[in-house]
Design a protein around this ligand. Structure first.
Ligand code: SME
Length: 159
């Protein structure tokens, strides 16, 4: 049984513990789907105020939904479309305080108000993006971004 109950007083500690739990969870497992599924379950259990968390995989230049938690989501997203597509096209993190003000935002769940999308890149190639949505406006801070970039680095070796 895996029992990763992470409770930390501050975000730096929270993300440090989350990264180390993720390292342990994916260690020795080569299957990308298994690792994405466990990773998103861990993130969902650990980070507060999310209404969707999951992966879009880069399959032949199109983003296709992967393991996630939350409501059923749009399946395919073209590079450059929406927040996920912008992250995929530019390989740059998208940290959006108000998704309704983002041109082309794709509303999969009307409850979403802010979003953080982190590209997962290995050897210069986009593997997937990690997408976190929140009903809280401006939910994601610079510390969340840094913490999730660290998670993406671990996942780049595990998916
Ligand atoms: N809002 C995203 C689409 C994916 S869902 O949030 C799950 C976007 O604009 O790319």
């Amino acid at each position: 049984m895996y029992d990763f109950k992470i409770a930390a007083a501050d975000k730096a500690t929270l993300y440090r513990d989350l990264a180390s739990a993720l390292e342990g969870l994916v260690a020795g497992e080569p299957d990308p789907v298994a690792n994405m599924a466990n990773a998103v379950a861990l993130i969902w259990e650990t980070l507060p105020d999310l209404n969707w968390a999951g992966f879009y995989r880069n399959l032949g230049g199109e983003l296709v939904v992967g393991p996630f938690q939350g409501r059923p989501a749009c399946i395919r997203i073209k590079l450059g479309e929406g927040v996920c597509g912008a992250a995929a096209a530019t390989l740059a993190v998208q940290r959006i305080d108000d998704v309704h003000a983002f041109p082309g935002h794709i509303a999969c769940d009307a409850a979403s108000n802010s979003e953080l999308v982190v590209p997962i890149v290995r050897d210069g190639q986009l593997l997937a993006v990690l997408d976190l949505d929140s009903p809280k406006p401006a939910r994601f801070t610079e510390e969340d971004e840094a913490g999730c970039v660290r998670l993406a680095e671990i996942l780049a070796r595990a998916i």
